[in-house]
Structure formats: C-alpha cells, structure tokens
Design a protein around this ligand. Structure first.
Ligand SMILES: Nc1ncnc2c1ncn2[C@@H]1O[C@H](COP(=O)(O)OP(=O)(O)OP(=O)(O)O)[C@@H](O)[C@H]1O
Length: 319
C-alpha cells in the first residue's frame, strides 16, 4: 500500500464539534443520519431482508482481504447527477479499488459529496436529485429496482462531517442497527468488536452505559465509525470526517482510516489536500462543473498530475 509521508499539520478549519447539535441535524448536506439513512430508522426492521445475493463478494480472509483485492468494488459509468435543472456531476467514470483509501478532492461545489451520496443512494432522500448512468457495487447497479437502499447502506456505511451519535448509550449506539435488523449475530460481541476496530474500546470500556453524547467530539466520531462498521459493511464512505475535530482527534481518525482500509474499502471526501496525500492510495480530483478531471495513484496526482487544471488546483492557484 502506498501511503505518503507528508508531515501532519493542523487543519485550518479544525474546531470543536457541537456535541449537542449532532443528532438534531436533519439535512443531508449538514451530515445527518436521517430517516431511512441506513443508520437504524424504524423502517429497517421491515425492510431488513433486503439484500440482493449479488452483493456478496465472497469470504474475506483472516487478514480481512479478499482474493481479488485490487478489483474495483465500486464503478461509476457515465454518471450524471442533477438537482432539478442544475447538473452537479457530469459523465463521471471511475473504478474504486477494493481495500484501498480513495480520496475525493476538489473545490467547493464541484460535486464531491454528491458523488459520495450517489454510491449508497443517500441522494434518494433529496427530492430534487435525479441521476443518469450507472453506479455499480460488486458489479450490480445499485439503482436497479430490486435493490433495497436500506440494505445497501448496511453494505456501504457512511460517516458524516459532524459526529451524530444517537441520544442513547454508547453500547446502544453501536447495537441499535444490529437489533433493528434482527440479525443472527452475537450483539455483545459485535458491539465490542466494532468499538475495538474503531479504536475506541479502551477509552469507553468502563462506561458503555453512558451516553454517546457525553463523549468528546473525536470520540463521538469514532463511535459513529463503530456504528457504521458494526453491520460488517464492505465500504465506508466518509464525508469530511475530521473537519469538525481538533488536530489530535484528527490524527486519531486518520490513523484509524489507514487501519480500516485493511478490512474495508474507504472513500473519503476531504478539503484538506495534505490529509488526502497522507492517508489515501488513490485520489480523484473533481473540478467546478462536476467533472472528474483526473483519477490516479495519490503520489502521481500530488507529484506529477497529467492535467494542468489539476496541477493548478493542487498548487493552490485556484480553489
Ligand atoms: N440538496 C441539494 N439541492 C440542490 N442543489 C444541491 C444540493 N446539494 C448540493 N447541491 C448543488 O450541487 C453542487 C455540488 O454540491 P456538492 O455538495 O456535492 O459539492 P462539494 O464538492 O461536496 O462541495 P463542498 O466541498 O462545498 O462540500 C453544488 O452546486 C451544490 O449547490
């Protein structure tokens, strides 16, 4: 895996998250787990057995990798997304490799979040949004009629910009999705395992009954990551997961993302180019107008991009 050794620097937009506001957010753009988001709405119970068989890619090895680990797990083919008449993504073609970290970068409004949300159909929750083209997950178009978006979102989990734990205990935050799914799993073991994989267990082991809202912003975000990985997804989408955190918490999240990519495919939107350079294997550069201008190994993008506009963006000439 090729990661870059760019030194860590403080994010200019680092700030303490507003813990109390986390759950009350209701708009997708501000990072909520709203109704039918796949994070445990009551409708989950009814739609639980959704999963199309074609979403199974086979057994993961003990190390958490699949045999064909460099194959594309997500593929967009001439994907266009519109909000009413406004086109937010233009003919996006991309193959996102399995068990790698792929960063989506580009100036504000270029469609990064729109693309991320199109992967697990979170755009369905926006009335104005419509898409054309194909978005394949394990070779299956997620927009096919037989795909249940709630089940899809358990395979493709999401972590938002602002930590948004439920107003429940730490334990219940992680267990909630499992229980409403009525899955045949050992809930206790799964909760502990998810907290451990999210690098949070050591810090909260003695307070699992305490409220998730009483944790620090960085801990809340790791709790949200634990919640996302508890249902054993294949892909984790992250929309600026560290932008509301201080530098220490940001560093922990970055370390965690690198660890997670051994087991999961991670797709992360970030405004922080140094963060993209530090933690990602692949980088996709979107530019104004919703065009995916270049997609390549992260080293290549940051050291010798093919496209002049990408070079200008990377070197700060605009954006
Ligand atoms: N819910 C929505 N309704 C209407 N237009 C939207 C909606 N969400 C995004 N857009 C528009 O789609 C375009 C792409 O937005 P998007 O949020 O995907 O960009 P972005 O690259 O993630 O931006 P940022 O970096 O500022 O978060 C923008 O022009 C934006 O105004």
């Amino acid at each position: 895996m090729t990661r870059n050794d760019t030194p860590r620097t403080d994010d200019s937009d680092a700030q303490r998250t507003d813990e109390g506001a986390a759950v009350s957010e209701t708009t997708i753009g501000s990072g909520s787990a709203g109704p039918d988001s796949g994070f445990g709405s009551e409708s989950d119970a009814e739609s639980a057995p959704l999963l199309d068989e074609s979403f199974d890619v086979g057994e993961r090895s003990a190390a958490g990798t699949t045999q064909a680990e460099t194959e594309a797990v997500i593929e967009a083919r001439t994907l266009d997304v519109y909000y009413d008449d406004h086109q937010a993504l233009r003919s996006v073609d991309i193959e996102i490799p399995e068990n790698r970290v792929t960063a989506l970068i580009g100036p504000s409004g270029c469609g990064k979040s729109t693309f991320l949300r199109s992967i697990n159909r979170m755009n369905d929750l926006i009335d104005a949004a419509r898409m054309e083209g194909e978005l394949l997950f394990d070779g299956k178009n997620v927009y096919d009629e037989d795909v249940d978006p709630v089940a899809l979102r358990r395979k493709i989990g999401m972590v938002f910009q602002s930590p948004n734990p439920f107003p429940k205990s730490i334990y219940d935050n992680v267990a909630f999705g499992l229980e409403v799914q009525n899955r045949d799993v050992d809930v206790d073991e799964t909760v502990h395992s998810a907290l451990e994989r999210a690098a949070l267990l050591d810090e909260v082991e003695d307070q699992l009954d305490g409220s998730g809202l009483d944790l620090s912003g960085g801990q809340q975000q790791r709790l949200c990551i634990a919640r996302a990985i508890a249902p054993d997804p294949e892909v984790i989408l992250m929309d600026e997961p560290a932008s509301a955190l201080d530098p220490v918490a940001t560093s922990k999240i970055e370390d965690l993302i690198e660890d997670l990519s051994e087991e999961y495919t991670v797709v992360i939107v970030t405004h922080n180019m140094q963060q993209a350079a530090r933690i990602s294997d692949k980088t996709a550069v979107f530019l104004t107008g919703g065009e995916l201008v270049e997609f390549d190994d992260t080293n290549k993008i940051f050291e010798n991009p093919d496209n002049d506009r990408v070079e200008d963006y990377i070197t700060g000439k605009f954006g």
